[in-house]
Write a protein that binds this ligand. Structure first.
Ligand code: HEC
Length: 233
């Protein structure tokens, strides 16, 4: 649950490596924090539950819905020719028989209005012998989940390099090159990607530019500059 997401990173040794008791005593030492808790919860007794609930509510308010893509869906803006070609490549399936009709099939996994599918998948980053991170298998103990990772959503993706679970790609261009010509075969590789290994995705240099230009339409500038999310201190 999202409320757990608020608490786990505080204690995870790879993230903030803190104790909840210590956080509570730091917050309780601040008059400003106590005032804020009083405003929300009527008394200034700061507890883990109240802190987590407040952070959960804040995260629930973070909704990005005004990218150029959203405006295009609403019919209030037009894509450039390059963005539109990129959109078609993103959404069209790979087709080895008619190359001129073949797309990059990104929407196969990054589909819908959030550009994800709630699944864990293997997108061909490494061959079986080279997995440094077992991915979903670490949680399920199922060898078929080896090297499967959550399909991430792509909104505001332009702004959040580096890419993939280990941050191995620093640009969107490198990501597109990976899908076009860098797939490694492995046991849990997604079959739709597996099918492209022999030929790649047939993307030309122009196609790659178009695809990246489309990905940049997912950047929501009004969300990023919304003062309600600016630093309150
Ligand atoms: C078989 C499903 C699948 C397909 C098809 C696919 N992806 Fe992905 N994508 C993934 C998975 C899984 C990850 C996360 C991998 C990881 O964390 O290591 C990912 C990660 C990414 C990332 C990095 C996200 C981040 O925050 O680090 C980008 C960008 C991306 N994909 C773009 C694309 C594009 C563009 C295409 C089409 C050319 C595409 N994907 C096709 C499954 C897929």
């Amino acid at each position: 649950m999202l409320i757990d997401q608020a608490i786990i990173p505080i204690q995870d040794e790879l993230e903030m490596d803190e104790t909840l008791d210590n956080v509570l005593s730091k917050l309780s030492a601040s008059q400003m924090c106590k005032n804020q808790f009083t405003r929300v919860y009527v008394d200034d007794d700061i507890t883990v539950d109240k802190m987590a609930l407040a952070m959960e509510q804040f995260m629930l308010s973070l909704v990005s819905y005004d990218s150029k893509y959203d405006q295009w869906v609403a019919g209030t803006t037009e894509f450039t020719a390059s963005e539109e070609r990129g959109r078609l490549l993103f959404e069209t399936e790979y087709n080895p028989f008619f190359q001129e009709l073949s797309g990059a099939d990104c929407a196969h996994c990054h589909g819908g209005s959030n550009f994800e599918n709630d699944l864990y998948m293997n997108n061909g980053l490494d061959a079986d012998a080279d997995f440094a991170d077992l991915g979903r298998e670490n949680v399920t103990n199922d060898p078929m989940d080896r090297a499967r990772f959550k399909v991430p959503f792509l909104r505001n993706i332009e702004l959040t390099p580096p890419y993939m679970h280990d941050g191995r790609f620093s640009t969107l261009e490198e990501v597109v090159d990976h899908y076009n010509e860098g797939i490694h075969p492995s046991t849990s590789l997604d079959p739709a990607i597996q099918a492209t290994i022999e030929t790649g995705l047939f993307l030309t240099a122009d196609d790659k530019v178009d695809l990246v230009n489309f990905l940049k339409t997912l950047t929501d500038h009004s969300f990023l500059t919304d003062t309600r999310y600016s630093d309150p201190f």
